[in-house]
Write a protein that binds this ligand. Structure first.
Ligand code: F6P
Length: 366
């Protein structure tokens, strides 16, 4: 570990935005200034700002009043991988490694350490900058909750709260019309948001990527409820869910994104498929989309983000670079970025939460 005296630190937020980013920015900035007297700057639009040397000073004033707000005052991009960056050369668009430009910018501004707040893609670059000798600390962000080494990423709780509220609202209208209501939630290839919101929102069926579903089993559950006098059914489906004999539904391909596939639309497909089997009940699908990422941050996420932000600054003070802050058994800790990158944490199909849901009669369509 180096003995370098830290004077100035930087922050950036990368990837899809997520409730709690501002709370992390606030916590890092306040701890850095109030406890350690560091100067703090924030790069604009993630790594793109680092490449363009586009930053703002982060002062106590600048981070005042942002703790509860979703989004990020530093803006974010999920397209700018500086190790494979799109630039124009001799009138042609080419991809090249421009990480040295970023490193020069950090040196020019006298930045001693950088806090990178992001998910797998953003933290992969953080690890790569760390390999090139930059003092990096990672903070795990994603509503998908799919990063390893930490029990929870910030933003997940808010997304679950939003999805749960949506299920509560769908419940009353489903009941009024005796309908089957499908709610599609985000999460990429992990079913965490669907599983947690489905449990909290008393869903009858929860469909997740980790347990491919059988359409006929889903229909059986609806019919069983009808026979029991329950004339409505609530189904929560993760955007990455897929039938046993089929594949995920892709909403769009974002070519210039490092992870170009955008999932979405499985609820509409499922509604159409079910309509062919269920004749005496109407079916409606709702895709919750980015509402899960916007608005006000939940109290849990505000606290978690603050803990992560403070811990990240402490790691800088202690010179423990190349690490990501984590939560393990509700205690703040850290893990080497080298160990974190490249692994997705998905739902265990036989895990305790799945068993709990099965015990109360929830169907996973299997
Ligand atoms: O990773 C967060 C997330 O919201 C996923 O749940 C979702 O699949 C994806 O990002 C959506 O990406 P975009 O904001 O590019 O549409």
């Amino acid at each position: 570990m180096q003995e370098q005296k830290i004077k100035k630190i930087a922050l950036l937020t990368g990837g899809g935005d997520c409730p709690g980013l501002n709370a992390v920015i606030r916590a890092v900035t306040r701890t850095a200034i109030l406890k350690y007297g560091y100067e703090v700057i924030g790069y604009i639009f993630g790594y793109r700002g680092l490449y363009n040397n586009d930053f703002i000073p982060l002062t106590l004033d600048k981070v005042s009043g942002i703790g509860h707000k979703g989004g990020t005052i530093l803006y974010s991009s999920n397209k700018d991988n500086l190790f494979d960056y799109q630039v124009e050369e001799n009138g042609e668009i080419v991809k090249k490694d421009v990480s040295d430009v970023a490193i020069e910018n950090l040196k020019k501004e006298g930045v001693d350490a950088i806090v990178v707040i992001g998910g797998d893609g953003t933290l992969t670059s953080a690890r790569d900058f760390s390999r090139k000798g930059i003092n990096v600390i990672g903070v795990p962000k994603t509503i998908d909750n799919d990063l390893p080494a930490t029990e929870v990423t910030f933003g997940f709780n808010t997304a679950v709260e939003v999805a749960t509220e949506a299920l509560d609202r769908l419940h009353t209208t489903a009941e009024s019309h005796h309908r089957v209501m499908l709610l599609e939630v985000m999460g990429r290839n992990a079913g965490w948001i669907a599983l947690h919101s489905g449990l909290a929102g008393s869903a009858d069926v929860i469909l997740i990527p980790e347990i491919p579903y059988d359409l006929h089993k889903v229909a059986e559950k609806i019919e069983m409820r009808q026979r029991e006098g329950k004339k409505f059914t609530i189904i929560v489906v993760a955007e990455g869910a897929k039938p046993k004999d089929g594949d995920v539904v892709v909403a769009k391909v974002v070519d210039d994104s490092p992870d170009p596939i955008r999932l979405g639309g499985i609820a509409n497909k499922l509604a159409a498929d079910l309509e062919k089997i269920i004749k005496n009940q109407e079916i409606r699908a709702t895709i919750l989309g980015h509402i899960q990422r916007g608005g006000i941050t939940s109290a849990y996420d505000r606290i978690l983000s603050t803990r992560y932000g403070v811990a990240a600054t402490e790691l800088i003070h202690e010179g423990k670079f190349g690490n990501m802050v984590t939560l393990k058994e509700d205690k703040i800790s850290y893990e080497a970025l080298e160990k974190v990158i490249g692994h997705t944490r998905v739902v265990e199909p036989d895990g305790e939460l799945i068993q709990t849901a099965r015990s109360i009669g929830v169907s996973f369509g299997d």
